[in-house]
Design a protein around this ligand. Structure first.
Ligand code: ZN
Ligand code: ZN
Ligand code: FE
Length: 758
């Protein structure tokens, strides 16, 4: 006889861990107890020593699907010999929580089978879930994770549900959101003004009829409301664009099953795996030419964003409507997604023909995640529902807890906890007051769930970012982290690297310590610091942010530099002369900010080649340029020789792509096909980047290059730079699970600030 206290840490609450322990302990004839506490799961077990060892093995090897066991430690204690049975003890909620909370998880196959079975008591019940699936992060208010701590607190379980909940042999044993048609949440169908018109199955029928009729419906989901419309109905999709005030930004499409997805997009095994994981991100994949969906879904783009249903409600809706549905975030333009019911009526009522809603509150909003499938590899562009709040390992253990507040666009926040960093869900662009409020909620939610009281706050150096201002108002030691250094650090964290690397950080804009706007940076960096060793030639940005909205302004600047002012008129004939001259004068004047941004260089070339004069969403011009370039096989792309010069200025290498811009203008003027010129531009700029990076790496004795920043969302460009660097014998780090864009900044900031105090 032996007795042992087993301490399990990791994601072990809300994932069916206690029932799992119970079943195995009983099968092994062990006595004792299991409970959740603020550090994870604690098992007090007594019986045959070999059986205890076997239980310990199973805790790791046979853990439930959603559990992520980080450690199991054992402490021998003297046997009491008084118990025969094994029990589950209610949670203690004293002290600070130390428990990772699990993710919102798509409906499992067993639950779906019940929803589809007319004989089952959960037949067509939209809120069916079990310990292996269902909402988690979005319904939890505090830890330990128990029903009273979730938004299910107001739904007392009926007898049948309670029996499942208490039966150790049942799949719903201690499933906190357990519910059924008798005791659980119910659907309602509301008119745009919020008036309830129908409930339950009738509500669903109203929504289905409305969608089939080509109208727009707001649908309450897991992390917020979607705006839904028939994705095959061109007029309906256009009407949604008009009402949502969204000109061109692509809409995601939810399809009933994988077979439908295959009919819309070309999907390799990576894309299929991404679509079918219980995390259920939106997956961007090449659209089939004959895909039977509206062209207005993603104007001018060769990819579609697809995802599969992730709640029983989605499954019912998709199968009843019988067509793919646009499921786009429920908001106007760039505001935060609506998740609160009265707010949804207020903000979405004017845009929709009805709301399909329900009475299970969403505690924290959480947008859909977005991934891009490259052959054999998946890149997360937005890490949110299905990923948050999963921690990411740090390559060291910080001495203090850090809060990192991120940048401004695609905002996320992060906290460090032990040797991990926990990024929040996607918050959005911190330009609206509503988004700022959402940012404050995210800070509190993530810190509370992990019981973190930060002693250091990390922020961007940009003094005008709302996140920086917030950080500086906290009564905490603040660490300002340079934007591109944070990008490089995020990439290092993803790969568990702490030694010095050459970081290539190419993006739209980030504040440089010299007061200029950086965005084409080569940094020799580690988590302790960085040195800027090379950058793109700085050029003026006429009108500041106006030059971001109107990429032709950057084209004018680069063309004038390359070929003189008369060439600008010839290349941008549709821009009227007065405006053109005013912008060029502005560029030459003292007030134009200067930038080394590679994103702006892509904008300039896109304006020239694909004629994109104004953008309606971030990086639109560059995305369109990549799309055009990708129609050309890399082997067919022209090779422009002598595309750049490098000058040493104050010990820093300045890469000037002026000859490349001149070549692009000449080719374009000579009538070369736009796709070929776009492909040639990608090849030449990629080769130049790799050459300068390899030279710098060699000069500084570095063997590893990290590619980061929003520009590396461009997979064609990334691939060119990567292969050239690998051919040069270097190790190349690219982002996959942390976004290369500003959504990854908080992770980099947290790592740098924590490292400085470690
Ligand atoms: Zn399930
Ligand atoms: Zn029930
Ligand atoms: Fe950035």
């Amino acid at each position: 006889m032996a007795r042992c206290l087993l301490r399990v840490t990791g994601t072990v609450q809300g994932v069916g861990f206690r029932p799992f322990v119970y079943r195995h302990a009983v099968a092994l004839r062990l006595a004792g107890s299991v409970q959740n506490d603020s550090a994870g799961v604690l098992i007090d077990v007594e019986g045959d020593a070999e059986c205890i060892a076997e239980l310990r093995r199973r805790l790791v090897d046979e853990a439930p699907p959603l559990a992520r066991v980080v450690s199991v430690t054992a402490q021998d204690v003297s046997p009491a010999g008084d118990g025969q049975d094994f029990r589950i003890v209610e949670s203690t909620d004293s002290g600070w929580p130390d428990v990772p909370v699990s993710i919102d998880t798509a409906t499992c196959a067993e639950c779906l089978a019940e929803v589809d079975d007319p004989a089952n008591r959960r037949y067509r019940y939209p809120f069916t879930n079990c310990t292996n699936c269902g909402p988690r992060y979005t319904i939890i208010r505090r830890v330990p994770y128990d029903r009273p701590a979730t938004t299910m607190a107001s739904f007392p379980m009926c007898r049948a549900c309670q029996a499942e909940y208490e039966d150790p042999a049942d799949r719903r044993f201690h499933a906190q959101p357990n519910a059924c048609p008798v005791c659980g949440p119910q659907l309602t169908w509301r008119q745009p003004d919020g008036t309830v018109e129908a409930a339950g199955a009738d509500a669903l029928r109203h929504a289905v009829d409305t969608l089939v009729g080509g109208a727009i419906v707001a649908v309450k989901g897991i992390g917020g409301y979607h705006l839904a419309v028939d994705a095959t109905d061109e007029a309906a999709v256009r009407e949604l664009r008009r009402r949502k005030v969204r000109d061109d930004k692509p809409f995601a499409v939810m399809v009933a099953d994988l077979a439908t997805a295959h009919g819309l997009c070309v999907l390799d095994h990576t894309a299929v795996a991404a679509l079918t994981t219980p995390r259920r991100p939106i997956v961007l994949a090449p659209r089939r030419a004959d895909a039977p969906v509206a062209t207005a879904l993603a104007p001018g783009l060769p990819e579609l964003g697809l995802f599969l249903p992730y709640s029983p409600l989605h499954h019912l809706l998709l199968s009843d409507v019988g067509r793919p549905l646009v499921m786009t975030s429920g908001n106007v333009s760039d505001e935060p997604i609506a998740h609160d019911d009265s707010d949804a009526v207020h903000r979405l009522g004017g845009m929709v023909d009805g709301l399909l809603t329900h009475d299970r509150p969403i505690h924290i909003r959480c947008d859909d995640s977005v991934a891009r499938a490259a052959p054999g590899r998946l890149h997360l562009l937005r890490r949110s529902r299905g990923y948050a709040p999963e921690p990411i390992a740090l390559p060291f253990t910080p001495a203090h807890d850090v809060l990192a507040v991120g940048a401004e666009l695609k905002s996320t926040v992060a906290v460090t906890k032990g040797a991990t960093v926990v990024p929040s869900h996607h918050i959005g662009d911190l330009e609206h007051l509503a988004t700022y409020r959402s940012f404050l909620q995210a800070v509190t939610h993530v810190a509370d769930l992990y019981g973190v009281t930060p002693s250091i706050v990390a922020h961007d150096l940009h003094p005008e970012y709302l996140s920086s201002k917030y950080a500086l108002e906290l009564a905490l030691p603040a660490v300002g982290v340079q934007h591109h250094h944070a990008h490089v650090a995020a990439c290092m964290v993803e790969h568990g690297v702490t030694e010095r690397v050459l970081g290539v950080a190419f993006d739209g804009l980030g504040y440089g310590p010299d007061g200029t706007l950086w965005g084409g940076e080569l940094l020799v960096a580690d988590l302790a610091g960085y040195e800027r060793v090379a950058h793109l030639q700085a050029v003026p940005m006429p009108g500041g942010v106006a030059a971001i909205r109107e990429p032709w302004r950057m084209a004018a600047v680069w063309i004038e530099r390359a070929m003189g002012r008369s060439a600008v008129a010839a290349e941008l004939p549709d821009v009227d002369e007065v405006t053109r001259a005013a912008v060029l004068d502005l560029a030459a004047g003292p007030l134009a900010p200067v930038t080394t941004s590679v994103g702006r260089l892509f904008d300039a070339v896109a304006a020239l080649l694909v004629g994109r004069r104004r953008v309606s969403y971030e990086a639109q011009a560059a995305i369109e340029l990549e799309a055009v370039a990708r129609t050309v096989d890399r082997r067919e792309a022209p090779r422009y020789e002598d595309a750049y010069t490098v000058a040493l200025v104050g010990g820093i290498a300045v890469l000037d792509p002026l000859p490349l811009v001149a070549r692009v203008v000449t080719e374009h003027r000579a009538g070369a096909p736009v796709a070929l010129v776009a492909a040639g531009f990608h090849e030449a700029l990629g080769a130049a980047t790799a050459q300068v990076a390899a030279d710098q790496a060699r000069a500084h004795g570095l063997g590893t290059v990290a590619l980061t920043g929003g520009v590396f969302q461009n997979l064609r460009f990334s691939q060119i730079v990567e292969t050239a660097l690998r051919d040069a014998g270097l190790t190349v780090l690219v982002h996959q699970s942390i976004p290369p864009n500003d959504g990854g900044i908080s992770v980099g900031q947290a790592a740098i600030a924590a490292y400085s105090s470690f």
